[in-house]
Design a protein around this ligand. Structure first.
Ligand SMILES: *Cc1c(COP(=O)(O)O)cnc(C)c1O
Ligand code: SF4
Length: 450
């Protein structure tokens, strides 16, 4: 009998200056490789050997969803931006000139959508806590400074400015001290969501520092710790054979035993990410510690814009004991024009997928836009007063009172974001006056004080 020993590959990542060494790059045309360089100088690019060797089907790379998920192509930039960067790269090797061109283009790509900078950064004793976003009453987003990268980069990433050195909008904070102080003063916060980048990029000892304050006695009201991560999609070995895998699992078990709910908010974009032996083992091991795995993804043209793909993905997730959570509308940033799906079409895909699956998959909510006033779900197309309308509702609102009230927009097949929509009745949406007042007061502190 032959015994197969599966050996774990060592983590190996490629960036712009090394990607031509990836053996599979031989399959691309020179103009495709050049396009990776041109687009990759504007949007972040990084890919690792797990994605290359276990996720991408290289025989059909042009249509492969995971290929499009990590490898840039020329259509991801608008033609004018593409040729601007192409000309620059053809005419100079001067890093400063190239950087300047890239910076100029990036500024036109809406690098901080949805009021992230203006409205969500709280203060404590007059100090801005730039590593924190507190937008919804119960849940705080925390961007640990050591988690501001990923195992690979998604071409549609909405956090991309953090990876390309646009420091003024890099949300990062070194000390957990201020975080804990803020949480002690904000007992309304029950959930802390560690995000990034990917917090699961961290070394164990660093990660432990961030978690430790919430274990055992503390004066915060934290009841749930969530980890927003794409590590199961990009590097599942983190939880099976990596050197520190067992330490992470032991810590997760300790958190659960301490009575705190621990949830992985796992980012999966396509069912293919759920099919490798490595990811299946990783999910089984994680689940055995008692943590929950909830799943979420944006809806993306060229990657997952059809109903069967979503139905398959949700079924596969439920079969592996994960809980479908959110389907997002792709944000209005970066390569949005390439990935965007109109809202009406997004709802049709959601509905067609939702109808195909059992109730256990229907824990998923969407399609949802993380817009300035809150998370807005498209409930569907209805007819009122003989008029076709889009019915919407808040799943989360800057003001919790906004949540779960249906409201209506004029039917528009081309709209791709909330600000493309017009109210179906009256001249503004019900929350607009109040949102405007929040902009004037600026801090979320005052918003919650109301
Ligand atoms: C989505 C989101 C959360 C979490 O919201 P839930 O509906 O509780 O998952 C928290 N903060 C921000 C800024 C978000 O976008
Ligand atoms: S995993 Fe998330 S943060 Fe990282 S590149 Fe992808 S979308 Fe961006």
């Amino acid at each position: 009998m032959q015994i197969l020993i599966q050996t774990k590959p060592a983590y190996k990542a490629y960036a712009l200056n090394t990607f031509r060494n990836i053996p599979q790059m031989e399959r691309l045309t020179e103009s495709e490789r050049r396009a990776i360089e041109i687009v990759g100088n504007v949007l972040p690019f990084k890919v690792n050997n797990y994605v290359i060797d276990e996720l991408i089907d290289w025989d059909h790379y042009k249509d492969d969803p995971l290929f499009n998920l990590v490898f840039p192509n020329r259509d991801m930039l608008l033609p004018a931006h593409f040729s601007e960067m192409e000309k620059t790269l053809n005419s100079t090797n001067d890093r400063n000139v190239i950087r300047e061109t890239a910076y100029k283009i990036r500024l036109k790509l809406n690098p901080h959508p949805a009021g992230q900078v203006e409205l969500n950064v709280p203060e404590i004793d007059g100090v801005k806590l730039t590593g924190i976003q507190h937008k919804y009453r119960e849940t705080l987003l925390f961007f640990p400074s050591s988690g501001q990268t990923c195992h690979s980069y998604c071409t549609f990433c909405f956090r991309w400015p953090q990876f390309v050195g646009m420091n003024e909008i890099k949300f990062a904070m070194r000390e957990t001290e201020l975080l804990v102080k803020y949480l002690e003063q904000h007992q309304e916060v029950t959930d802390i969501l560690f995000t990034g980048g990917d917090p699961m990029i961290m070394k164990f000892e660093v990660f432990r520092q961030y978690i430790e304050p919430f274990l055992g006695d503390n004066k915060t009201n934290i009841q749930s710790i969530r980890i927003g991560t794409k590590s199961l999609g990009f590097w599942p070995y983190k939880f099976i054979d990596d050197e520190e895998a067992d330490k992470f699992l032991a810590l997760f078990e300790r958190i659960v035993k301490s009575g705190v709910n621990l949830a992985f908010m796992a980012h999966f974009n396509h069912p293919n990410e759920l099919k490798t032996p490595a990811v299946q083992r990783a999910i089984r091991r994680l689940r055995s510690t008692g943590i929950q795995i909830r799943t979420q993804s944006p809806l993306l043209a060229h990657i997952n814009d059809n109903a069967d793909t979503w139905a398959e993905m949700w079924r596969e997730q439920v079969n592996q004991n994960c809980i479908p959570y959110y389907m997002f509308v792709a944000r209005d940033t970066g390569a949005k024009h390439y990935f965007e799906v109109p809202l009406v079409r997004a709802w049709e895909i959601f509905r067609d997928a939702y109808q195909q699956v059992s109730g256990l998959c229907r824990t998923v909510r969407g399609p949802s836009m993380s817009a300035t006033p809150g998370k807005v779900q498209i409930l569907g197309v209805s007819k009122m007063d003989n008029k076709k309308v889009l019915t919407l509702r808040f799943l989360q609102g800057r003001n919790p009172d906004w949540v779960a009230k249906p409201f209506f927009a004029e039917y528009d097949e081309t709209a791709t974001w909330l600000n493309d929509l017009k109210p179906a009745f009256g001249d503004q949406f019900f929350y607009e006056d109040e949102l405007e007042r929040m902009y004037q007061t600026k801090t979320s502190e005052e918003v919650y004080a109301n």
